[in-house]
Design a binder for this molecule. Structure first.
Ligand code: KG4
Ligand code: ZN
Length: 331
C-alpha cells in the first residue's frame, strides 16, 4: 500500500481509478482505490534489445496488441469488472506520438462508451504523484526521457528550476550500457555490475557550478577509460551521475529556499545513487513505482479529483513534447 501523507483517509475508498501509460516501450495498466491503495499494477514489456533502443513504430503496434490484454490482467488481479471502474486516465504527453495515441484513444473511448469520468495525464506529473508530501517541495525527475528539478509550489503550480541541456541521465545509462554490451534499458544491469566494484572515482562534471544538467559530453570521457573493467566503469557512471545530482540539488535548494525533495523516475530506483544522496532528506517512491507504470497515472488522476481540477473530463490533444509548466497553464 502507498504511504498516504496529508490526504483524507477512508473517503470513497470503494471508488476505483484506472491508469494507462503507453508513452514509451511498456504497456502499463494500474488500478488504485481512492486512498491510493494499489489494487493492481500490470506491465507488458517487449524486448527492443536487437534494435539497441525503443523503435517507436514497432512499440506503437505492440501497444495496440497488448493494451487490452494488460487491462484484462489488471482487472483480473483486482477481481473487478470494467464497470466497477469509476475514473479512467491515460498519459497524453510527453512521449512517443503513436504510442500515446494508442493509450489515449483506447482509454478515452472506453470511458465515453461506458459513461465514466476521463482525466488526461502529463507523464512527469504522474512520476511525481506516487509520492505524497505536503507542498512546497522540489522534485528531481530522472528517467529515460527527462532529467530536471521542478519546484512544486502547489497542485498544478510547478516551475522548472533545472533541466538537461542535452541527454537525460537515463539516456546516459542506456548509451554507455549498450557500449558495455548490456541489454536495453541498461540502468538495472549497470547497477548489478557495479555491485562487484569498489571504484570510488567520479568524472569531472560538465556545466559545473551552473543549475542545469549536462550528460552527453560524458559518453566519450567514459569510453576513453579503456583500462577499467565493465564493473568499475559501471560504478564510475553511477558515481558521476550521483555527484551531478548532488551538485544540482544544492543549487536548486539555494535558488528556491526549499529543502524538502522527492526523487522519481527510472534512475531513482538505483540504490547506489540513493545512498550517495543520503545527505539530503529525500522521499522516494517504492522501487517498483520508479520506472513507468500505470499506478502513477491513476495516482495523478486521484490528485486531480482531490483538487477538482480543470482537467477532469477534458478531451484534449496528444502532446509529444509539452513541458510541465505549459501543462499547468493549459486551458
Ligand atoms: O521513468 P522510466 O521508466 O521511463 C521514462 O519515462 O523514460 O525510466 C527509464 C530509464 C532508462 O533509461 C533506464 O535505464 C533507467 O530509467 N533506469 C535506471 C535503473 N532502472 C531504470 N537507471 C539507473 N539505475 C537503475 N536501477
Ligand atoms: Zn517515465
Amino acid at each position: 500500500m502507498l504511504k498516504d501523507i496529508g490526504r483524507p483517509n477512508n473517503i470513497n475508498s470503494h471508488k476505483y481509478i484506472l491508469g494507462i501509460d503507453t508513452s514509451c516501450d511498456d504497456t502499463c495498466v494500474g488500478i488504485i482505490d481512492y486512498n491510493y491503495k494499489i489494487i493492481s499494477n500490470r506491465k507488458i514489456t517487449r524486448s527492443y534489445d536487437s534494435f539497441g533502443g525503443v523503435m517507436p513504430e514497432i512499440a506503437a503496434r505492440n501497444h495496440l496488441n497488448d493494451i487490452d490484454i494488460a487491462l484484462q490482467y489488471a482487472l483480473k488481479d483486482a477481481n473487478l469488472s470494467i464497470n466497477d471502474i469509476d475514473i479512467m486516465s491515460a498519459t497524453v504527453g510527453p512521449g512517443l506520438i503513436h504510442g500515446l495515441i494508442v493509450g489515449y484513444y483506447f482509454t478515452y473511448s472506453l470511458a465515453k462508451m461506458i459513461n465514466k469520468i476521463f482525466i488526461p495525464i502529463h507523464h512527469i506529473e504522474a512520476h511525481m504523484s506516487v509520492v505524497h508530501i505536503d507542498y512546497p517541495f522540489l522534485a528531481l525527475i530522472a528517467s529515460g526521457g527527462h532529467t530536471m528539478i521542478i519546484k512544486c509550489q502547489n497542485f498544478l503550480n510547478y516551475k522548472i528550476i533545472a533541466n538537461t541541456l542535452d541527454d537525460s541521465a537515463g539516456e546516459l545509462f542506456d548509451k554507455i550500457g549498450r557500449k558495455l554490451g548490456f541489454n536495453f534499458p541498461s540502468g538495472i544491469y549497470i547497477e548489478q555490475a557495479a555491485k562487484k566494484s569498489n571504484h570510488s572515482d567520479c568524472l569531472l562534471l560538465p556545466n559545473k557550478g551552473k543549475k542545469d544538467f549536462s550528460f552527453s559530453g560524458l559518453k566519450t570521457a567514459f569510453l576513453r577509460k579503456e583500462d577499467l573493467s565493465k564493473e568499475d566503469l559501471s560504478m564510475l557512471l553511477q558515481n558521476t551521475v550521483g555527484s551531478s545530482f548532488i551538485e544540482k540539488i544544492q543549487i536548486a535548494q539555494k535558488l528556491t529556499n526549499i529543502d524538502k525533495i522527492i526523487f522519481c523516475g527510472g534512475v531513482a530506483s538505483n540504490q547506489h545513487i540513493r545512498k550517495q544522496l543520503s545527505m539530503f532528506n529525500i522521499i522516494y517512491p517504492p522501487i517498483e513505482l520508479c520506472t513507468d507504470n500505470g499506478v502513477m497515472i491513476a495516482c495523478a488522476a486521484r490528485n486531480h479529483m482531490l483538487h477538482n481540477s480543470k482537467f477532469i473530463n477534458k478531451n484534449i490533444d496528444i502532446f509529444t513534447n509539452i513541458n510541465i509548466e505549459q501543462w499547468c497553464s493549459y486551458f
